[in-house]
Design a protein around this ligand. Sequence first.
Ligand code: RP5
Length: 177
Amino acid sequence: MERKLMEKKTSIQKVNQKGAVLVGIVMGSQSDWETMKHAAVTLETLKISNKVAIHSAHRTPHRLTEWVMKLEKQGTKIFIAGAGMAAALPGVVAAITTKPVLGCPMQTSFMGGLDSLLSMVQMPGGIPVGVMAVGRAGAINSALLAASILALSDPKIYKALKKFRTQQTEAVPLKPN
Ligand code: RP5
């Protein structure tokens, strides 16, 4: 499943191959995938087309710029960017595109992810990044927030999101076992 998601064509991309990939997921390193796979899996659950890539703001800035511009040109509507430490990635993506950018701070060994969080959230006025929680919860929520934004103009995604919420509510037990 993980490997498949990292390949160019996920199952959802195949389903939507005539349309644009709605969400671009980028991460700064292979080491981020363990967390960012939750964003991809959540989008897959909601049947939202997505493309996953590794591009670093620091190590591969030119490749990153080309990827964002290419996807934007093809009609991608939202970008999710996950990074850790001096986590410039979402800010740089937001500098390249005017599409909504959601940042996912990675948990780190030095400051537990506070370094990643502050790097993302302290954007200068004019270039916004919507920053999620540190780690897995943030990655899941980035996909759900992307779905909420897309659902404003897409009834199918609205329906999928409503179903997800209903199932989530029903899955909460009344008592611990
Ligand atoms: C960031 O540096 C990446 O997003 C990653 O979270 C962190 C460490 O990268 P690696 O040294 O594991 O490649 O750019």
